[in-house]
Write a protein that binds this ligand. Structure first.
Ligand SMILES: C[S@@+](CC[C@H](N)C(=O)[O-])C[C@H]1O[C@@H](n2cnc3c(N)ncnc32)[C@H](O)[C@@H]1O
Length: 287
């Protein structure tokens, strides 16, 4: 028994994950999505990918990885990536950002465009759409758009349904819940679905921020890129920030997560509020 196999068994699970397999998985998800997995994520990697192995009737991670390597175009790559993303999100998460967005667009006469760049299961883009409805009124809001993207196709599929547990929807307040959601009945009791007014404002597309080219057109009044950069290393963060410059209007807002600070990574953005950035004068287009 070699040391790697021993490590896999010592790990205490029925499927064999060696150190070499774990390192290979970290390398592959870094190459595909820019996600950095540290050693303390080994348990998470095991439990998430174990489901894929069991589905394929495999007992060895090495065999699974070999099969992936033999089939560069296989659908399993999508499932592999989806399994390793973390989709934690909530309606009006980090709530202080939404009044800032409302103030930024208040008084507009033209439709607004917002990009939600790590939309996960949809709670964030629908929160942005609700904010636009409240700030702009129904007429202008219906012409405004939230472009919601994520790498994870399973999360996007859930987001597109607009269906959430009623309990979760009610946490944003009875009034908002009633205005923007429909309560399920019969088989759908305990669920709520976003009203058409909201669904019609949000477009979902798959987009990998780690890609060199993005199939999306700007410019945007605001980009929400929250709680995603923490999964990337500094070179990837710098590359993505540079790319954002051409996607923002000159006075546009870049809204990031509470533990994400870019002041030391990019000269293109200046801090304007709590984790809210605008383009620096050097990065703004010259007239
Ligand atoms: C923790 S969630 C954050 C969701 C939301 N922005 C929020 O703050 O509540 C991170 C999301 O980033 C997505 N993600 C991970 N890597 C990505 C990449 N390379 N490109 C685009 N999205 C990615 C994941 O699929 C996941 O849905």
């Amino acid at each position: 028994m070699n040391a790697d196999v021993a490590a896999g068994i010592a790990f205490g699970h029925d499927l064999n994950l060696t150190d070499a397999d774990f390192r290979r998985i970290c390398q592959l998800i870094y190459e595909r999505a820019g996600i950095v997995l540290t050693d303390n994520k080994r348990e998470m990697v095991y439990s998430r990918l174990a489901k894929r192995l069991r589905l394929h009737g495999m007992s060895d991670f090495g065999e699974y990885l070999e099969r992936l390597a033999r089939q560069p175009g296989a659908r399993e790559w999508e499932a592999f990536t989806n399994a390793l993303t973390t989709n934690l999100t909530a309606f009006f998460r980090e709530a202080h950002h939404f009044p800032l967005l409302a103030a930024h667009v208040a008084g507009r006469r033209e439709p607004v465009r917002v990009w939600c760049a790590a939309a996960s299961t949809g709670e964030e883009p629908y929160s942005i759409a609700m904010t636009l409805c409240e700030a702009l009124g129904p007429q202008l809001a219906s012409q405004s758009r939230v472009i919601a993207t994520d790498i994870d196709t399973d999360a996007l599929a859930k987001a597109r349904t607009g269906v959430y547990p009623l309990k979760q929807v009610l946490e944003m307040g009875e009034e908002r819940a009633r205005r923007f959601f429909l309560r399920g009945s019969g088989e759908r009791v305990g669920l709520a679905r976003a009203r058409q007014e909201l669904m019609g404002m949000v477009e979902f597309h798959q987009l990998n921020l780690h890609d060199a080219q993005w199939k999306i057109s700007g410019p945007f009044d605001a980009i929400f890129c929250r709680n995603i950069m923490i999964y990337f290393d500094k070179p990837s963060q710098a590359k993505i920030l540079k790319h954002f410059v051409s996607y923002l209007k000159p006075d546009g807002l870049l809204i990031t997560g509470h533990s994400e600070s870019f002041s030391y990574i990019s000269d293109d953005f200046v801090l304007r509020g709590q984790t809210v950035y605008t383009l620096s004068s050097a990065a703004r287009p010259k007239d």
